[in-house]
Design a protein around this ligand. Structure first.
Ligand code: ADP
Ligand code: ZN
Length: 307
């Protein structure tokens, strides 16, 4: 049985776990402070769980934007981020150097997507999207079981879509105004509703344009990714459970009769809340760790025949 560790590096807190793919045995959470201190504390925690044997692999699920393509010179480093002190910070190299085992990296949302797909609400769905609507809005995308990477990684939260007629809210994203994050994240909703969203009743008509914007996002994902499931988590989605069915109900109209079999019933079964809750990130980090070992096995098996 492999001994795996996971680090979920969040904008506000870091969660370090020990376990196996699908099982968390030990867990420690602490505030994300400056990079050196935070990474050192994660390493120390994992070292402390060494017992008779060190960990076999580590998975890191990080906030972004972060360079995830292994060929890049700055692989494993944060890119420009508003979080003070973290732009350019190396996340993978110090962990690999200190622990001397394979280390896998992905975004927090791609890792959560892997966890929900392996162990949660998207089992059996090779192509799926995991959305989190919380302090920000992010989306992890798996296509044929693999997290999507490319130029960088998907940044679904910063897409701008068509607004509801008569909705004049200018949006709260510092970069784009009314991108999806600027419309639907917790801070955006506080600006939009004029109060903390927890103070607005589920029946209040102020939720209608919010449901419209979420429906635009869901329709866009159905059309671009063709996912078998969309898992919608995060503090906003989980604490305003009326929003998801309101949005799903609008998707067939937005699709305008195109994709006829995307009925409300079918979409209702396809677009669902998460099953792993707050464990999706740390469990995703453990899935990444197990994938790092698979990679190593594959690399050893594929040694080219001697010339
Ligand atoms: P994070 O995105 O930082 O991981 P969460 O997913 O818990 O954290 O989301 C935090 C966000 O959820 C905050 O912006 C907060 O305003 C929002 N939130 C908290 N309670 C509610 C609520 N009852 N209704 C809607 N949004 C809420
Ligand atoms: Zn934006």
């Amino acid at each position: 049985m492999h001994k795996l560790a996971g680090i979920e590096l969040g904008g506000t807190k870091t969660v370090v776990v020990l376990g196996q793919a699908g099982r968390i045995d030990e867990r420690l959470e602490f505030a994300t402070t400056e990079p050196e201190e935070t990474i050192a504390r994660a390493i120390e925690t994992i070292e402390g769980w060494r017992d008779d044997k060190p960990v076999d692999a580590v998975g890191i699920a990080s906030f972004g934007p972060i360079r995830v393509s292994r060929e890049a010179a700055d692989y494993g480093c944060l890119l420009d981020t508003p979080k003070p002190g973290w732009s350019g910070a190396a996340v993978v190299a110090p962990v690999a150097a200190a622990l001397g085992c394979p280390v896998a990296l992905d975004t927090d949302v791609n890792a959560a997507a892997l966890a929900e797909q392996r162990h949660g609400a998207a089992q059996g769905c090779d192509s799926m999207v995991y959305l989190t609507i919380g302090t920000g809005l992010g989306g992890g995308v798996l296509i044929c079981g693999e997290p999507v990477h490319g130029l960088l990684h998907p940044e679904i939260g910063h897409v701008r879509l068509r607004r509801a007629a008569g909705d004049g809210f200018e949006g709260a994203c510092a970069f784009h105004g009314d991108c999806l994050e600027g419309l639907l994240s917790g801070p955006a909703l506080a600006a939009r509703l004029g109060t903390h969203p927890s103070r607005v009743d589920a029946e209040n008509p102020m939720w209608e344009p919010v449901a419209h914007d979420l429906a635009e996002l869901l329709a866009m994902l159905v059309l671009t990714v063709a996912p078998e499931r969309i898992v919608v988590g995060g503090g906003v989605a989980q604490r305003q459970p009326q929003l998801l069915p309101m949005a799903v109900g609008r998707v067939p109209t937005l699709l305008g009769g195109y994709l006829r079999d995307c009925t409300r019933e079918k979409l209702g079964g396809m677009i669902v809340p998460p099953q792993l809750g707050d464990d999706a990130g740390p469990m995703g980090a453990l899935v990444l760790a197990s994938r790092a070992l698979e990679d190593r096995v594959a690399a050893v098996r594929h040694v080219p025949a001697a010339a």
